[in-house]
Write a protein that binds this ligand. Sequence first.
Ligand code: ZN
Length: 109
Amino acid sequence: MTGKRCWEVKVVRLIREGRPEEALALLAEKYGVRPPKLRVGTVKGRRGAVGCYAPKEETIYLSNAEMMFKPYVLLHEFYHHLRSLQGKFSRSEKHAEKFAREFLEFHGS
Ligand SMILES: [Zn+2]
């Protein structure tokens, strides 16, 4: 695979292969931010969510280990991390969904 969008394909592949930390490190590098931490667990008040971002801890919480293999979930939560570090944290679910969906539409195969 060649072309400038190649790294994005790699991100999706790393997640599907069960290497989410490497995928997040690559995303962070490309967006010029610190990588988020990744944990399995839930956050008070958000127990129904498959994933959740805790801005103070810079940590993505996933409800169970299976979610580590879900590119959509990780990309969605990475978007919250990115916005948070850019000082624009909001519970902007629409934007996070759009970011993850478009990333996968173009690079998810
Ligand atoms: Zn969200």
